[in-house]
Design a protein around this ligand. Structure first.
Ligand code: C5P
Length: 227
């Protein structure tokens, strides 16, 4: 069967990765979580004292970019690929609210984007890929056969994210999660390099009042019509 590239962009915590994983599994495609790559660079910066609440040493991070190797390894029991930073599995560490609070600043740096976009494009060379992020349909795979743009109300997204973090055992406040979601959207949408915008040819999906099943059915139908 003809393999295509599926680009899923949208605002923070719109459930992009959940539906992307489901879709990739159903189609036998590779799923790539591009946000995990920006989170991995952020985690590296935190571990190496390059970013904190009061300080961000952008030059040092740019200088050290060549020391950062990001890879994915499929975890059979989880059913998706986990992210590794210089050989270490950091899948859990990158999902904290602390990483979320820094990641958009790191993702606004052009040198970081250049490095990660290059790697993402290589991962998509053979098609048969579902990639989610902020600039997949506009920059990484401009020629993707199917582009989706996901949105939902900020409150609904914050509730979903809050529930996820609580389920993991993280101690967070709903207000802080909501603040982070809104702040990230603002930074991601207003940055100079590759801002979060809907590609002209992307199909918009507002899932504020959709169940996961309804959303998956709709997206699978779109994918089948395109393949
Ligand atoms: O998808 P996720 O919420 O994990 O992404 C974390 C952050 O990484 C986003 O808020 C954004 O700043 C950045 N990102 C990006 N471009 C992508 C994917 C993520 O700038 N393609």
């Amino acid at each position: 069967m003809n393999k295509i590239t599926i680009a899923i962009d949208g605002f923070s915590s719109t459930g992009k990765s959940t539906v992307a994983k489901q879709l990739a599994k159903h189609l036998g495609y590779v799923y790539v979580d591009s946000g995990a790559m920006y989170r991995a660079v952020t985690f590296y910066a935190m571990q190496n004292g390059l970013i904190s609440k009061d300080d961000f040493n952008v030059e040092a991070l740019i200088f050290q970019l060549e020391k950062i190797t990001i890879s994915f390894k499929f975890n059979e029991s989880l059913g998706f690929a986990e992210v590794y930073l210089n050989g270490e599995n950091i899948e859990k560490q990158i999902r904290t609210l602390e990483v979320s609070s820094f990641v958009s600043k790191v993702a606004a740096i052009s040198e970081v984007r250049q490095k990660l976009v290059e790697q993402q494009q290589k991962m998509g060379l053979d098609k048969g890929v579902v990639m989610d992020g902020r600039d997949i349909g506009t920059v990484v795979f401009k020629d993707a056969e199917l582009k989706l743009f996901m949105l939902a109300s900020a409150e609904k997204r914050a509730i979903r994210r809050f529930d996820e973090l609580i389920e993991r055992g993280d101690k967070v406040l709903y207000e802080d999660v909501l603040h982070n979601v809104v702040e990230r959207d603002h930074i991601d949408s207003t940055r100079e390099d590759s801002p979060l915008v809907k590609a002209d040819d992307a199909i918009e999906i507002d899932n504020t009042d959709m169940t996961l099943e309804e959303q998956f059915d709709k997206i699978l139908k779109l994918a089948k019509m395109t393949i």
